[in-house]
Design a binder for this molecule. Structure first.
Ligand code: FMN
Length: 349
């Protein structure tokens, strides 16, 4: 098995509406400094990217000196992929990823996303297109199956085509297209594909705890693990994993502390993290018309995704729905956390 070219094989997934710069900075604030954890942007349309202005488009913002971020591209035509890569290269991304997993209808209509899994030769060409425009790693995030079931034989054929085309590494979301984000993920199949490929293969899907992430690498033979929804509930998960790997450094500002572990420690940390995220959203999106509304929407969506890991998560989410300004959101969350200390579940269905 080949390894990823970073010192830490655990990473944070692309999530539309969530993986913005403020969220990536929240994740970074919980990561020990020497740890090279890749964080994806949300998927970005290559039809739009060439005409975007980097400092104006909120989805394209990065933090000062941000490293290890990977923009995820949605598209299938070189005339758009080339200029999109050119536009993003000055931001110094660690690499570029191509989305071959999104099942949404507006994406399928253009033959992007998981539709590309229906034609291995064409998908391989899309990798070649991207490779022609960058010397940074080009990866693909795909699904366990193009249709209803996870299909090992097809996956082996499809990933071989991507490897031959020069893909530097792959992430497999171990659910078929029809399952969207629901139901169990098939880590066994990802492990089998990882064994067959020369390039690193990372597993994604239903990785909720540090133990899950460690098992993916230890027991399933994958090159790494990518976490999506659980990172919105447990943004300190990379800190937990680092500790479990024996890395003793705490994240900056948390020196001498251990990562939250018990249900009540994690419950308390969730509120603290949420307050930090409000500050980060205000810092990165705090200028221009309609910005507060934009930021509030992002915070609500983050709460809707992550609060499922908490017994009273629904009432927490309602607090975020009521707030119309950042200050109202801060006051609501602070009051809620005083009155309803809440325990966190390890895993949810
Ligand atoms: C709100 C949301 C937005 C997502 N957006 C993207 C995206 O932009 N690109 C992508 O490849 N996958 C996207 N996904 C899929 C996740 O990256 C991931 O593959 C999926 O949630 C399974 O991982 P999990 O079980 O850890 O959540 C999204 C998932 C969610 C919940």
């Amino acid at each position: 098995m080949r390894r990823l070219n970073v010192n830490f094989p655990f990473m944070i997934a692309p999530m539309v509406g969530i993986s913005h710069v403020a969220f990536r900075e929240l994740m970074r604030s919980y990561t020990p400094e020497a740890v090279e954890a890749i964080r994806f942007t949300e998927m970005l349309s290559t039809r739009k990217l060439p005409s975007e202005r980097l400092h104006l488009t909120r989805e394209l913002r990065v933090s000062e000196g941000e490293r290890f971020f990977v923009p995820q591209l949605l598209g299938n035509e070189e005339q758009f992929i080339g200029p999109s890569i050119k536009k993003l290269t000055p931001l110094s991304p660690w690499g570029f990823d191509i989305n071959m997993g999104c099942p949404q209808s507006h994406v399928l209509r253009h033959n992007w996303g998981v539709r590309l899994m229906g034609d291995a030769a064409y998908a391989a060409d899309v990798v070649r297109m991207a490779k022609r425009h960058t010397d940074r790693p080009v990866s693909v995030k795909l699904r366990g199956g193009a249709d209803k079931d996870v299909d090992k034989n097809y996956l082996l054929h499809f990933t071989a085509a991507l490897e031959d085309a020069g893909a530097d590494w792959l992430t497999i979301h171990a659910r078929p297209r029809a399952a969207k984000h629901e139901g169990p993920a098939n880590w066994d199949v990802v492990g089998e594909v990882a064994l067959a490929r020369k390039i690193p293969v990372v597993a994604n899907g239903d990785i909720q705890t540090s133990e899950d992430a460690m098992r993916i690498v230890r027991d399933y033979g994958c090159a790494g693990a990518m976490i999506a929804r659980a990172a919105t509930a447990r943004p300190w998960i990379l800190w937990q994993i680092a500790e479990d790997m024996g890395i003793e450094n705490a994240p900056p500002g948390r020196e001498g502390e251990r990562a939250p572990r018990t249900p009540s420690e994690e419950g308390r940390e969730y509120h603290r993290a949420f307050l930090n995220l409000i500050d980060l959203v205000e810092r990165y999106f705090g200028e221009g018309d309609g910005v507060e509304e934009y930021g509030i929407q992002k915070l609500r969506f983050y709460a809707a995704t992550g609060s499922k890991w908490f017994m009273f998560g629904h009432s927490f989410w309602k607090v975020t729905m009521k707030a119309k300004t950042f200050d109202q959101m801060r006051a609501g969350v602070a009051e809620y956390s005083e009155r309803f200390p809440q325990d966190m579940y390890q895993r949810i269905n």
